[in-house]
Write a protein that binds this ligand. Sequence first.
Ligand code: CU
Length: 366
Amino acid sequence: MRKTRHRAGGLLGILLLGTLLALAAACTPSHPQSTFDTLGPVAREQAVVFWIIFGLGALVFVIVEGIILYAVFKYRRRPDDGDPEQIHGNNALEVTWTVIPAIILVFAAIPTLMVLYSTTISPEPPEKGGFVVEATGHQWWFEFNYPAYGVVTANEMHIPVDEVINVDLRSKDVIHSFWVPKLAGKVDMIPNNDNTLWLKAEREGEFYAQCAEFCGVSHANMRFKVVAESWEDFNAWVEAQLAEASSPVDPLAKEGEELFMSQDSYCFRCHAVRGTRLARGIIGPDLTHVASRRHLAAGLLDNTEDDSDAVSGALLQHNLREWLADPDGVKPGNIMYRDAEVYNGTVPPLTDNQIDALVAYLLTLK
Ligand SMILES: [Cu+2]
């Protein structure tokens, strides 16, 4: 009896230790979504507040647990003990244990409020000509608008490095939340109640980001990327994004374009392709430059080779095919699968040849 209890205790200990180690591993700064490897001023200040509060919490934990352990051992029941002395009330003790936490809370509140202000108030606000990006949450993807440039895109927010970026947060449907762990967040995107945040990336690169407020079945599949680049690269990107789509010459792509604009597919109903007469939909992402995006479906399908930022034509083709053949398999519950006529049975489903033609057309939208 004693022995098995011992062994169970040992097992429990190992299990507990294993769980703790696994949890601690989540803190590794090298993880793409780690909040400890901060690469912008907002995230850094947030991390400092985290450490202050964590430190205060750890101090309280050690002192309180220490006193408890001390009391448990020191005053443990001994063989000849009778009833312990009965005490009711101790004013000095009660005042002490009210005042000390109050002081600790003041120490937590001061840096919290300071950071709350400095991370909310943009150092270069839009009224003073600061850089603005409008980010709109949709179930389950992000739209990005650059009012100063006239650029509209999805799931990939390009910004110049070392610039203060003011992000206007909106939502088309339910509450979402904008979070770029290494740069800034989390601020809610609330329908009919615009929020703002600012951020700055201190080095070039791609930063993982995602929705941080449960927003329906594919919430976990609602990601995006921030691409921080030199002004030169950013301007080149803007210029490429501003170009309108031109009609393809390749016969298969041409066939795809016609299908896209027809009532056999209804693609045009939800998607915009600037430069065309019919495709002006706003329910889905703007597809004018879909072939230039590093991911499809809000970060789910990667169009780049492992250690490259460049879109691989072969991967993109494969991913577009996968998306059109089975959107629900890629992203459960997505609005395109739910509402598009070719998937909900209003018109016949796409044939393999039709998918080939549509993919050929989409590949021309660079
Ligand atoms: Cu969400």
